[in-house]
Design a protein. Structure first.
Length: 398
C-alpha cells in the first residue's frame, strides 16, 4: 500500500536586496488593492442586485482593471499573486455562505499581514536557489534546516512581519513524516495559567509566561513610541522596536509549544483535551492577558496536525463537562469550586489536587467518547439527537 505523502511548509528568513524589497513591497500593495477591489465588486453585486460573483468573474475584472490608466500599475508585478488573492477571496465567501465565518473584510495597509503567494509557474527552484517572477537574482535565504531530500516546492509564500523581518515559506511533500509505532498509552490534559498543562499522570508543566518576562522591556518601548509625532520617521523606528519585542515573545512561545506538543504526540497514542472557548474566555478583564500568553488555541492546533501526521488519536471532550468539580474516585459532582481552591476533599474521603483530578476526569471522558464512536469535535447543539457521548457511558478512574 502506497503511503500518502504529507505536504509540509518550511519557513526560512531571507535578506532581500533593495531592488527585491521594492519589488515585493509593490507586490504586497497590488495584492491588497486587488483583494479590496474584488471584495467591493462582489459586495455591490450582492447587496444591490442579489447577484453572486464567482472567481471567474473577478478574474475577468482583473484583466479589465489592468487595461485602465488608473490601475495600469498592476501590470508591473507578477500576475500569479493577484490571481491567488482572488482565490483566497473566493474561499472567504465560501466560508461565509456555509456559516463557517463572518463576511469578508477589507484588507488594511497597517493591520493585515503583508504577504504574496506564488504557484509553481511563478518561481524557479534549482540547486537550492529560489528565484521569484520579475526578479533577476535568487533570494538570499538563511537555510536554518535543509528541505527534505529530493523535495521540490509546489507553493511559495513570501511575507514580511511588523518587525520588518522577511520570510519565505515553501510547501513541499515530506516523505519523512510517517505514522509512529502504535502505543498503549493515553493522557488527559488540563490547560491552565500558572501551570500551562497538567497531565493525568500527575506531571505539571509550568507556564513560562513569555509575555510577563518581557513586559518591562515592552512597556518601555511603548512609552517611547507614545511620545513620537505621528507620521514621523522616528515614530516608525519606535514602532519597529515595539514589534521586535512582540516578535521575540511570539517566537519563544511558539518554540516552547512545538517542543511540548511533539513530546506529547511521541509518548502517547491517545491525547484528550477540553474544547475550550478561548474567544469568550479572553473577554475576562482580569485573566485576558494571561490566557492570551498561554496560547491554548495554538497548542490545540499543533496537537491536531501532529496527531494527523503521526497516526495518533486526539479527542476533544464537551466544554461543559465538569472535569474540575467531578470526583475521579466516586463520581460525585461538587456544587461549587472557586478558583482559589487548589486542593479539595470529597465526601468519600479522597483528597484531590484540583488540576490533576481534572486531567484524570478528562482522560476518562475522552476514553468514553472513543468507546462510543464520537468524533474529535463535540457535536453542535442543533445536530444532537440525544445525550453527548461523554454521558452515555459511566466514567471510571484510570
Amino acid at each position: 500500500m502506497k503511503t500518502k505523502l504529507v505536504k509540509r511548509a518550511f519557513k526560512y528568513r531571507f535578506h532581500p536586496t533593495n531592488e527585491q524589497a521594492a519589488e515585493l513591497s509593490r507586490t504586497f500593495g497590488c495584492v491588497r488593492k486587488v483583494y479590496n477591489l474584488a471584495l467591493e465588486a462582489r459586495t455591490v453585486a450582492w447587496f444591490q442586485r442579489q447577484e453572486r460573483v464567482n472567481y471567474n468573474a473577478t478574474s475577468a475584472m482583473l484583466t479589465q482593471w489592468k487595461k485602465t490608466e488608473e490601475l495600469a500599475f498592476l501590470c508591473e508585478v507578477s500576475s500569479v499573486p493577484l490571481q491567488q488573492t482572488l482565490r483566497h477571496l473566493q474561499g472567504a465567501f465560501s466560508n461565509f455562505f456555509e456559516g463557517r465565518a463572518k463576511y469578508p473584510r477589507f484588507k488594511s495597509k497597517k493591520r493585515n499581514r503583508r504577504c504574496a503567494e506564488y504557484t509553481r509557474s511563478a518561481f524557479a527552484y534549482r540547486d537550492g536557489a529560489l528565484t521569484l517572477a520579475k526578479m533577476k537574482s535568487p533570494l538570499a535565504i538563511v537555510w536554518s534546516r535543509p528541505l527534505p531530500e529530493g523535495a521540490e516546492p509546489s507553493m511559495v509564500t513570501v511575507s514580511q512581519d511588523s518587525a520588518g523581518r522577511w520570510f519565505v515559506s515553501m510547501l513541499c511533500e515530506d516523505a519523512s513524516v510517517s505514522p509512529l509505532p502504535a502505543l498503549d498509552t493515553a493522557v488527559g490534559i488540563d490547560a491552565g495559567i500558572t501551570t500551562l498543562v497538567t497531565l493525568s499522570t500527575g506531571e505539571k508543566i509550568t507556564n513560562p509566561r513569555h509575555e510577563r518576562r518581557d513586559r518591562t522591556r515592552l512597556a518601555k518601548a511603548q512609552r517611547v513610541l507614545a511620545k513620537k509625532d505621528k507620521g514621523s520617521r522616528n515614530r516608525d523606528k519606535a514602532r519597529i522596536k515595539v514589534a521586535e519585542v512582540h516578535a521575540r515573545i511570539a517566537d519563544r512561545r511558539r518554540d516552547f509549544l512545538h517542543q511540548l506538543t511533539t513530546r506529547l504526540v511521541r509518548e502517547n497514542q491517545t491525547i484528550v483535551i477540553e474544547d475550550l472557548t478561548v474567544r469568550n474566555m479572553v473577554k475576562h478583564k482580569s485573566l485576558a492577558r494571561a490566557i492570551s500568553d498561554a496560547a491554548w488555541t495554538d497548542m490545540r492546533s499543533m496537537l491536531e496536525y501532529k496527531c494527523a501526521w503521526y497516526g495518533r488519536n486526539l479527542v476533544a471532550i464537551d466544554r461543559w463537562f465538569p472535569s474540575t468539580r467531578l470526583c475521579s474516585a466516586c463520581g460525585t459532582v461538587q456544587d461549587k469550586l472557586p478558583l482559589n481552591v487548589r486542593e479539595w476533599t470529597c465526601g468519600c474521603g479522597t483528597t484531590h489536587d484540583r488540576d490533576v483530578n481534572a486531567a484524570c476526569n478528562i482522560l476518562a471522558a475522552g476514553l468514553a467518547v472513543t468507546a462510543c464512536g464520537a468524533g474529535v469535535r463535540p457535536q453542535r447543539e442543533s445536530s444532537r439527537t440525544g445525550q453527548p457521548a461523554v454521558k452515555q457511558e459511566p466514567l471510571t478512574a484510570k
